[in-house]
Structure formats: structure tokens, C-alpha cells
Design a binder for this molecule. Structure first.
Ligand SMILES: Cc1cc2nc3c(=O)[nH]c(=O)nc-3n(C[C@H](O)[C@H](O)[C@H](O)COP(=O)(O)OP(=O)(O)OC[C@H]3O[C@@H](n4cnc5c(N)ncnc54)[C@H](O)[C@@H]3O)c2cc1C
Length: 317
């Protein structure tokens, strides 16, 4: 039976998603690698994987790709897994290429689906800002394969955490990383905390000019929502950084998320958790945001936003 090694970075949503991704390969032996964590977290992993290998945490408990690489490489040597899987996060992007290069494995990055092929691994990833799905593959590797998967692309039914995997403690592999963690700089809190908002209106580059921001502010006001935005809106100085949603911004968990002139890049969508009811207004019917939205409205935001605001105010009396 083939072995798949799954590298666990975040212990909340990631394990079940990675277990689901491993299932794309049929009947396989799955091993999860985790550095640190609590006993109950290891038990949770044992419900999802056949084996859990627990390495000691780095002495300062911070993420360090070089430290992790030193802990994982001996495991790759002894296991020789067919595939190594991890999430395509900022930390994943730090560790995965380093490990793939050091273990001489071809790497498929940011996959949204995975398939086993007779002579390798095939995957789908998005290109051109999500407008095109491209099939990529790696074949004929004697050393096995490496893949990073996009957060949220694989989901597993809740009732399938039924394994009772073994938990094995790994010895510490001494290493002297060349990079040193100095400090975490937390962005200054803005006037509002959008991470606590139940309704968000997110504005994107489609708004075109700071002077046009008034129409989305009015819409947010009518809905009782807070304004959020994409990164280009912050880069242009139209809204403050504390309103940016995404992988380099904040993670939000609203009940309703209405986007206006947002294309739906994975960096933006990566900051939206909890499966809100999503409405998207965009003039491009092929915009990737429509794949994530529950309701999509194709049209010019400058016509639609004032109309929507008027209807909401009418409805609210
Ligand atoms: C390392 C890295 C980290 C990043 N982190 C983040 C992040 O945290 N958050 C984030 O948002 N982005 C992030 N980005 C940027 C991300 O890749 C996208 O570039 C960004 O999300 C796109 O923002 P947008 O949707 O506002 O703009 P665009 O992609 O330019 O989309 C604008 C949309 O508006 C539509 N539009 C234009 N005019 C109208 C109109 N009149 N009516 C209706 N629709 C209209 C267009 O059809 C288009 O779909 C990051 C990028 C990198 C490389």
C-alpha cells in the first residue's frame, strides 16, 4: 500500500482537509507529522490518520522552516512516502519548496484537486488570477512527489474521523538555523474590528476611485454592515489596512459577505472563514468570485449598488 505523509501546520481546519486530500489517492496508509501540540490535539489527529508522528517543537515555539526541515528529512528517508502533502499557506510556501528540493521530489503547488496517475500525480490549479483552471502533472519520479493544496479546496464529512492511528514521538534532531525569529509585529488596531462583524461589504479595485467610495459606504450603512476591502484598495490608500481581508490581511467570519468589484483572488478568499452567505457584484461573468458566491449579480456596480441600497432602505422602512 502507498504511504502519504501529511505535514500539519495549523491544527484547526487543516487536518481534516489534508486527510480529505489524501483520500483522492484511494486506499493509502496516511501518516501525519506535527511539531509540538497537545496530547488532545495528537488524539484528534489519530482519529484522521493511520499514524501520527510527533516531533518536539522548536525551543522558542515559533515557525522555523529550517528546524522543521531537519526534523522531517529523516522521516522521508525512512518512510519513502509516495506523496508529501501540506497546505499552500505562507508557512507552507516557506517549508514545502525547501523540503521538496532537499528530498529531490517534484512539487505541484497550490492544488485544488489531486489525482493519482499510473506514472505519477496529476493536479488542477488556478492561473491568471483564478480565471483558468490548469491541469499539471509530475511523472516518473523515483523519489516520490510533493504537493501543496489550497486551504478550503478539500473538505471532509464530519463523521469520517473514525481512525484510531498510533501516536509516535520522534527524537529531536539538533539543527542550527541560519534564520532567527525576532518578533511578531501586529498591525495597529483600526477604528473598527471587522473580525467581529456579522455583515461585511467588501470593496475591490472595481470601485475605481476614492471618490466613488461613498456609494459602498452608503450600502454598508443601509445594511448595518462594516466596510472591508481587498489589498489593492489599501495599497491605493482608499481604506486603512485594518479593513483588508485576506492572506496578508485579516481573517473574518461574518454571516453575510457582500463583495463589490472584487475579482475573488485566492489571497482574498483565504481570509473568509466560517462559510458566510456570499453575494458578489461584478461586471465580469467569468470573475472567480462567482465560483465562491451563493448569489452572483453580473453588472455595473455603479448602477447596482445605489439600486440595492435604495431597495434595502425601502425594505427596512
Ligand atoms: C503575497 C500576496 C498576498 C496578497 N494578499 C492579499 C490579501 O490579503 N487580500 C487581498 O484582497 N489581496 C491580496 N493579494 C492581492 C491579490 O492577489 C489580488 O491582486 C487582489 O485580491 C485583487 O483585488 P481586487 O479583487 O480588488 O482587484 P482586481 O483583481 O483588479 O478585480 C477588480 C474586479 O472589479 C471588477 N469591476 C471593475 N469595474 C467594475 C464595475 N464598474 N462594476 C462591477 N465590477 C467591476 C472587475 O471585473 C474585476 O473582477 C495578495 C497578493 C500577493 C502576491
Amino acid at each position: 500500500m502507498r504511504d502519504i505523509l501529511v505535514l500539519i501546520e495549523d491544527l484547526i481546519d487543516a487536518p481534516a482537509e489534508l486527510a480529505a486530500a489524501a483520500r483522492c489517492f484511494g486506499d493509502v496508509q496516511t501518516t501525519a507529522f506535527v511539531s509540538g501540540g497537545t496530547e488532545s490535539e495528537h488524539q484528534m489527529l489519530a482519529g484522521l490518520f493511520d499514524c501520527v508522528k510527533v516531533a518536539p517543537a522548536a525551543s522558542d515555539a515559533n515557525w522555523c522552516a529550517e528546524f522543521l526541515c531537519a526534523q522531517i528529512l529523516p522521516l522521508l528517508d525512512s518512510m519513502q512516502p509516495h506523496l508529501v502533502l501540506m497546505h499552500h499557506t505562507n508557512n507552507g510556501l516557506d517549508l514545502a519548496p525547501l523540503l521538496a528540493a532537499k528530498s529531490d521530489r517534484p512539487m505541484l503547488a497550490d492544488c485544488i484537486s489531486l489525482e493519482s496517475r499510473e506514472n505519477g500525480v496529476s493536479a488542477v490549479r488556478t492561473v491568471f488570477g483564478g480565471k483558468v483552471h490548469a491541469r499539471i502533472s509530475a511523472t516518473d519520479s523515483a523519489t516520490g512527489y510533493f504537493a501543496t493544496v489550497r486551504s478550503g479546496a478539500f473538505s471532509m464529512p464530519e463523521d469520517t474521523a473514525t481512525k484510531s492511528g498510533s501516536i509516535v514521538a520522534l527524537p529531536l534532531i539538533e539543527t542550527a538555523p541560519r534564520r532567527r525569529f525576532i518578533e511578531t509585529i501586529t498591525p495597529e488596531a483600526g477604528a473598527v474590528d471587522i473580525t467581529q462583524s456579522e455583515i461585511l461589504v467588501a470593496v475591490g479595485r472595481g470601485i475605481d476611485d476614492e471618490d466613488n467610495m461613498e456609494i459602498v459606504e452608503e450600502l454598508a450603512d443601509a445594511l448595518g454592515a462594516e466596510l472591508a476591502c481587498t489589498r489593492p484598495v489599501v495599497d491605493k490608500g482608499w481604506l486603512e489596512k485594518s479593513r483588508q481581508v485576506g492572506t496578508s490581511g485579516l481573517t473574518v467570519k461574518p454571516k453575510i459577505y457582500l463583495t463589490v468589484g472584487v475579482s475573488g483572488s485566492f489571497q482574498h478568499l483565504g481570509g473568509i472563514k466560517g462559510g458566510p452567505f456570499m453575494v458578489a457584484i461584478n461586471q465580469d461573468a467569468a470573475a472567480p468570485i462567482f465560483a465562491a458566491a451563493d448569489v452572483g449579480i453580473v453588472g455595473d456596480l455603479f448602477d447596482l449598488v445605489p439600486l440595492l441600497e435604495e431597495k434595502i432602505r425601502e425594505r427596512k422602512g
